[in-house]
Design a protein around this ligand. Structure first.
Ligand code: GDP
Ligand code: CA
Length: 320
């Protein structure tokens, strides 16, 4: 099915929960040497002296099939004894740290203190989790999302978790982005003449995908690449499946629709994937010069993830 093309290396950009669903589907269809997943690291933060990488963790746990399906994040069979004790002792408990999950944060933080790069620490953890597909942090440099709200500037996790995305946002910044270099393998994969598709998962465009494409040089490498760039809409039928994407769009004075997402990515894209419920928007998006795939994009089951991944890969073959 995918043998029509001699090129076969796929690069997938992902945030956490939404992006990881598609990444899992892709990982079931493509062998390890044909898929690299690039993770947003602008959500990373320091908490109790530990380096926490929420999107990397979600990807590692999902591809390692140890993710917590009820919660949608974290590890399966999680317990919360440490957090309970932390609360009893008067510590901050707004960021949920599971007992099992703590092992990841402890070890990653130790690796970083010992001088390893975030990408090296990630690769060590992935190996132990049995993740064979490459998961790359977008950069080994420190980039941190700051959300400007009507009232104040907030650190991303402060906005996202502690204040549950309630404050009205007016702007989003990525601190440190000007000096960030793309992670070495990420840049190499993006420049690979055998790259067959770049797939932007249905992640939040403003806080999950934007940090990745805002790393200096990435946007032009994407545009110059011979591989088609395809994004999946996180907006279905005028709403986000989960999280603040729709709320952010309203606050940023955008209409909440899949076509607004396509417009937002603009000339970065060659193809766009929208849900069957948004079929009526296809023509408008096609008129802007994009190829459009209309298909069910809500991923509930593992079969949904595999089917969507397969359809997107086939769609990518029709673009050039
Ligand atoms: P986060 O880092 O955990 O916030 O995750 P992402 O940024 O990767 O994904 C969040 C986005 O995924 C949200 O805007 C959701 O609307 C979208 N999303 C979640 N599940 C699905 C799904 O099954 N299908 C589609 N099309 N979008 C989804
Ligand atoms: Ca995230």
């Amino acid at each position: 099915m995918l043998s029509k093309s001699s090129k076969h290396n796929v690069l997938n950009f992902s945030g956490g929960v939404g992006g990881a669903k598609l990444a899992l589907g892709l990982s079931r269809v493509l062998p390890s040497n044909q898929l690299s997943v690039v993770a947003n690291t602008a959500d990373d933060f320091d908490h109790f002296g530990l380096h926490i990488s929420p999107d990397l963790d979600t990807l590692m746990y999902t591809l390692g099939e140890v993710n917590n399906r009820e919660l949608g994040w974290g590890l399966d069979s999680e317990t919360w004894n440490m957090l309970e004790n932390l609360g009893q002792l008067g510590g901050e408990t707004w960021f949920q740290l599971g007992d099992r999950d703590m092992a990841t944060h402890l070890l990653r933080s130790q690796y970083l203190r010992e001088g390893l790069l975030l990408s090296e620490a990630t690769s060590k953890l992935c190996k132990r989790l049995g993740v064979t597909h490459e998961i790359l942090p977008m950069t080994d440099h420190k980039v941190r999302t700051k959300v400007q709200t009507k009232k104040e500037m907030l650190e991303f996790q402060e906005y996202f978790v502690r204040q549950r995305c309630v404050p009205v946002i007016t702007d989003i910044h990525f601190d440190g982005i000007e000096d960030a270099l793309p992670q070495e393998c990420f840049e190499k994969r993006l420049k690979d003449p055998d790259l067959s598709a770049l797939i932007i998962g249905p992640s939040n465009p403003f806080v999950s995908v934007d940090p990745i494409i805002s790393i200096p040089g990435i946007r032009s490498l994407m545009i110059d690449s011979d591989a088609p760039v395809i994004a999946v809409s996180p907006i279905i039928d005028g709403d986000a499946v989960k999280g603040p994407a729709a709320k952010m769009m309203r606050e940023l004075n955008m209409s909440v629709s899949c076509s607004a997402i396509a417009e937002y990515y603009g000339d970065l894209l060659n193809g766009f994937v929208i849900d069957e419920r948004d079929a009526q928007s296809a023509e408008r998006i096609r008129n802007s010069g994009l190829k459009v795939l209309v298909t069910p994009t809500l991923m509930r089951t593992i079969d949904d993830r595999i089917r969507l991944a397969t359809e997107i890969l086939n769609f990518s073959l029709t673009i050039y």
